[in-house]
Design a protein around this ligand. Structure first.
Ligand code: GAL
Length: 681
């Protein structure tokens, strides 16, 4: 299959086919936890709820292969036949996320080992190290069995590989097999020990290596660990999870070349460079569990939706799991409010999803997750949750024509996992430099302004965007720096956050004045980094605009051609530049030298949007989220009211799909409700 660069898969899944066309709906289905008569009721209820896609068999290895080499697949045959008969497709899983106890007994070396040398045992799930041959062999064997048996089953619509690769708390393993694989990976990356020594800076603290065998994973050390070693370890584990996906997909594709494969992502998940993993997928999917105790949960899910769409190069994506009400893995588990599942699901569609699935179909009676809300609860198919589920099933049935359409964004937010790893490493100037938080700061300003954004890798083709935001691009490759500079030169507007452009891909500081690769572009030099203590703050005064608080980080900036847009007001920095703008080629580069409060980011964004000439409409009322999907001939305008007051939205003449009503002029949207208006064009 033809693929493009980071995140840019060009393939369209040939056979992803929820039985009815349209937006697929469903959940995690675990029939192995229930006796057979329940299965019949399940498929009957699925039809009643409008469910047409379920994920299946994710943790069923011990049931599929109860003893080494002895397979029991008849039950899965029956489940798949039942699903096919009911018009329900399956995202059929490879069950590698939960190896059976017999495999552990025969090969205890498959168990993962923590940084402190503690073995993580079975009795739960994800108790495997993908570097251990006994695990890989057994895993790939069961993958082949499933591929060969089910690739052509009419119920199977796509492959669901493993589950949440690299998910917390187990993200990396320090066992001997991992250590050996790390050494091999380092040899392939650096070639010889001299080059590795240069990259890691082993001249510091007597770390010169004379033999590959001396190199260890970054285990617990008495003092700060080598940052290059740590960064390579993170790259190595990111590659490890991707390679485990690829090893499985190779088998699946060899049997069924046209059946798409995915693995479920987890937002801006730290351990894996999702650009690289997504490039191996046919379709991107993610699991969505916003914290109901966070009143801004919808901003986070909006951001994650935009990221998932971007990881797939703009193609429709799948919500593989989402929370219906309760989960059990927070310290205190607040339930989602009534209506939040429906509105959150429509939000995912509004941001490009073509399938919405919940965790899980039938609430478990036994095991670790029996208190998590199910589509069918402990009381059966009734009650508030069931009503919400069936209502959403009807809604999705009404909006099927939207499937396949896309969003258009003129703004991109740069996101680079390597830079994140470098920024969040030990031994940095502040423990509070968090890529996801800074990204959310910037994203929040766009969200409040009602502007849709894509995410982009810093080396990606940015020519489709007018405005690019790069919050804290700490590590930058020569190629990425040249890409951003060239794009500004050709007319783009770039907004760059503090502490950007500081290190190269080996995490070596770029010399010649901070931020070396961007100084000319920005028209300034950063002379000092001045992180602030917890509770400490400064203020930033915008010329002719607001004065807003800032905290976390400040810098001494010397303008060398840049126009000063805002200055610090207090302490050592009083009167010095905090926000600058510099014309460059046909574009402009804005620099923000501190962490602003939301009003500050709003001010920066308002200016940047104006400079970039983004055709933004009026600022939407608080709580209202508006996006547009289009297929070139028709557009669908989604308006979701996350607020507590009704909103009157001006709308063009068209059809509101959820009610089927012809609309035009103004449309009232109740709190917690949504409207989707189709118009030509
Ligand atoms: C996900 C996981 C599911 C289920 C769910 C519960 O992370 O993939 O299998 O455990 O959490 O919230």
């Amino acid at each position: 299959m033809a693929k493009t660069g980071p995140g840019g898969s060009t393939t369209t899944p040939a056979r992803w086919k929820p039985a009815g066309a349209g937006i697929a709906f469903g959940g995690d289905y675990n029939p192995e936890q229930w006796p057979e008569p329940v299965w019949e009721e399940d498929v009957r209820l699925m039809r009643e709820a409008g469910v047409n896609l379920v994920s299946l068999g994710i943790f069923a290895w011990a049931r599929l292969e109860p003893e080494p080499g002895r397979l029991d697949l008849a039950w899965l045959d029956r489940v798949l036949d039942l699903l096919a008969g009911a018009g329900v497709s399956a995202a059929l899983a490879t069950p590698t996320a939960a190896p059976p106890p017999w495999l552990v007994r025969a090969h205890p070396e498959i168990l993962p080992v923590t940084v402190d040398g503690v073995t993580l045992w079975h009795g739960s799930r994800r108790h495997y190290c993908p570097h251990v041959p006994a695990y890989r062999e057994a895993g790939l064997r069961i993958v082949r069995v499933i591929a060969e048996r089910y690739a052509h089953h009419p119920a199977v619509g796509l492959w669901h590989v493993d589950n949440e690769l690299g998910s917390f708390p187990y993200t990396d393993c320090y066992c001997p097999a991992s250590a050996a694989a790390f050494r091999a990976w380092l040899q392939a990356r650096h070639g010889d020990l001299r080059r590795l020594g240069d990259a890691w800076g082993t001249s510091v603290w007597s770390q010169g290596y004379t033999d590959w065998a001396e190199i260890e994973p970054p285990r617990r050390t008495p003092a700060a660990a080598n940052p290059g070693q740590r960064l390579d370890w993170q790259r190595f584990w990111s590659d490890t999870w991707r390679d485990w996906f690829v090893a499985q997909v190779r088998i699946l594709r060899s049997v069924a070349p046209d059946l798409p494969a995915t693995t479920n992502f987890i937002g801006i998940h730290p351990p894996i460079d999702y650009w690289r993993l997504a490039a191996e997928e046919d379709i991107v999917s993610e699991d969505s569990y916003p914290d109901p105790a966070d009143p801004r949960w919808m901003v986070e899910t909006a951001m994650r939706g935009d990221l998932m769409r971007s990881l797939g190069g703009g193609k429709p994506w799948i919500v593989m799991e989402s929370s219906l009400g309760l989960v059990n893995w927070r310290d205190r588990n607040v339930a989602r409010r009534p209506g939040a599942f429906r509105l959150g699901s429509l939000q995912a569609v509004a941001r490009g999803a073509d399938a919405v699935m919940a965790f899980q179909w039938r609430q478990a009676q036994v095991g670790a997750e029996r208190f998590l809300t199910g589509m069918v609860g402990h009381a059966g198919a009734r009650g508030r949750v069931w009503e919400e589920v069936t209502a959403l099933g009807r809604d999705l049935g009404r909006i099927g024509e939207i499937a396949g359409s896309r969003l258009r964004a003129e703004v991109a937010i740069v996101l680079d996992w390597e830079s994140r790893w470098a920024l969040e490493a030990d031994g940095m100037l502040s423990h509070d430099l968090r890529q996801d938080e800074r990204t959310a700061d910037w994203y929040g300003a766009l969200y409040r302004r009602g502007v849709t954004a894509d995410f982009a890798h810093p080396e990606a083709d940015l020519s489709g965007y007018r405005l690019v935001l790069a919050p804290e691009l700490h590590l930058v490759s020569d190629a990425a720096a040249a890409n951003l500079r060239g794009w500004v030169e050709r007319g783009g507007t770039l907004v760059l956050g503090f502490f950007s452009g500081i290190v190269d891909p080996e995490t070596r500081v770029r010399l010649g004045g901070y931020p070396a690769p961007f100084r000319e572009l920005l028209g300034l030099t950063v002379e000092e980094h001045l992180p602030l203590a917890v509770g400490d703050a400064n203020r930033v005064a915008f010329a002719g605009g607001p004065t807003v608080p800032c905290d976390l980080w400040t810098e001494v900036v010397r303008a060398e051609g840049a126009e000063v847009v805002a200055t610090f007001t207090d302490d050592l920095l009083a009167g010095m530049p905090a926000v600058t703008r510099h014309p460059w080629g046909r574009g402009a580069a804005v620099y923000v030298a501190t962490r602003l409060d939301p009003a500050g980011y709003d001010a920066v964004m308002a200016q940047a949007i104006a400079v970039a000439a983004i055709p933004a409409g009026p600022v939407p009322p608080a709580g209202l989220e508006v996006t547009v999907r289009t297929d070139g001939t028709r557009s669908w305008r989604f308006a979701l009211n996350f607020g507590t007051e009704p909103v009157d939205l001006p709308v063009a003449v068209g059809v509101e799909l959820l009610t089927g009503a012809r609309v035009g002029g103004s449309l009232r949207i109740a709190p917690g409700d949504a409207a989707i208006v189709r118009t030509p064009g």
